[in-house]
Ligand binder design. Structure first.
Ligand SMILES: Nc1nc2c(ncn2[C@@H]2O[C@H](COP(=O)(O)OP(=O)(O)OP(=O)(O)O)[C@@H](O)[C@H]2O)c(=O)[nH]1
Ligand SMILES: [Mg+2]
Length: 328
């Protein structure tokens, strides 16, 4: 006897197949069970649905909801980008974080002071960038949720203590991240990465450069990692080179700022439109309003390498600092 499955049933089945979470699956399955024609021809199928439901409910019981620790690592991105500080214990991550953001985070001269990620906003010129202070990386003891925080970051700042064998610290960190299938570096590898791997643009900060033995540490760090990374010597405590840190963060974010204006008026330089490098006039229009992009006829652009008010089309690539007048 044919099953004669109804369109509602097939629709619910499609939803079931697409469902990513167990509750979603259960919901779709409930609909399937409710609308399936109840006759002899569907008896077997109904039996299968029932046992599937039982299994899903069992799974739901077993799987704990996202743990509290994991939730702590779910840091909502704010501002132009999210930058995550990483390092071994006591390297000065929290000191640097508080100096750059003026947000509070505990600092102490013993390790493992920071217990969970702490977000704060760092101002760079006319934009706000989010920094996230993190607990220290420890061998084989990464909290659940930490890998995701790293994977979601736009840029990583590795904080190394120059007075305590920074090369070894970096090697420990790289080994740990390798285990998590996260690759750090200055620029993305040209060959495609294996599935499951993530690449993160990274800047190395050699901290505590105010202390005597730091110079030797800096030399060895440069000798070993200069080719692969930008390395900046800093002192969080003495606030040395912190402006440089902000500049390097911005440079590694691969974003640009443009300013929109209306005809006859000056642009508002305090309100940049932030876009990925390589964006076009059309992207500028989109970021202002999605209708603008559709209605756009042309734009005028002011900036280096153009004559003032140059007329351009929607596919024209914009550069850092450009002023754009959209014409609909
Ligand atoms: N001399 C010197 N000491 C620093 C500097 N930055 C941090 N410290 C000191 O290093 C110690 C650790 O600083 P924290 O900022 O707590 O280091 P952390 O990396 O956040 O430590 P954990 O949270 O335990 O991983 C404190 O005693 C700081 O005062 C620096 O630039 N120079
Ligand atoms: Mg800390």
């Amino acid at each position: 006897m044919p099953a004669n499955l109804t369109p509602q049933y097939l629709e619910a089945e499609a939803k079931f197949k697409q469902a990513k979470s167990i509750p979603e699956k259960i919901k779709a399955l409930e609909v399937m069970m409710a609308v399936i024609p109840k006759h002899k021809g569907t008896e077997r199928l109904r039996g299968q649905l029932k046992s599937r439901m039982a299994k899903l409910k069992e799974e739901l019981q077993k799987k704990p909801a996202v743990s509290r620790a994991e939730q702590a690592y779910n840091v909502k991105r704010e501002g132009a980008a999210q930058v995550v500080l990483l390092g071994l214990p006591n390297t000065g991550k929290s000191t640097l974080f508080t100096r750059l953001t003026h947000a509070p985070s505990d600092v102490a001269d013993y390790p493992f002071t920071t217990q969970k990620p702490i977000p704060g906003m760092m101002r760079f010129e006319n934009i706000q960038i989010q920094l996230v202070d993190t607990p220290p990386i420890q061998m084989d003891r990464i909290e659940p949720g930490f890998p995701n925080l790293i994977r979601n970051a736009n840029v990583i700042l590795v904080v190394l203590d120059l007075t305590d064998d920074p090369v070894f610290q970096m090697e420990v960190l790289l080994e740990e991240l390798n285990r998590l299938r996260i690759l750090l570096g200055e620029s993305e590898p040209t060959h495609p990465m294996d599935p499951g791997w993530a690449f993160k643009r990274t800047v190395l900060l050699g901290n505590k450069v105010d202390l005597k033995p730091a110079l030797e540490g800096l030399r060895s760090l440069e000798a070993r990692f200069k080719e692969a990374y930008t390395i900046l010597p800093v002192s969080a405590r003495e606030e040395m080179n912190l402006e440089e840190v902000k500049k390097e963060v911005y440079r590694h974010l691969d974003i640009l700022r443009v300013y929109t204006k209306i005809p006859g008026k000056e642009p508002d330089r305090t309100e940049p439109v932030i876009l990925k490098k390589g964006s076009t006039i059309e992207d500028v229009a989109l970021s202002v309003h999605k209708d603008f992009a559709a209605k756009l006829r042309y734009a005028r652009v002011w900036g280096s390498g153009k004559f003032d008010g140059q007329m351009v089309k929607r596919d024209y690539p914009v550069s850092e600092g450009d002023v754009v007048e959209l014409h609909l």
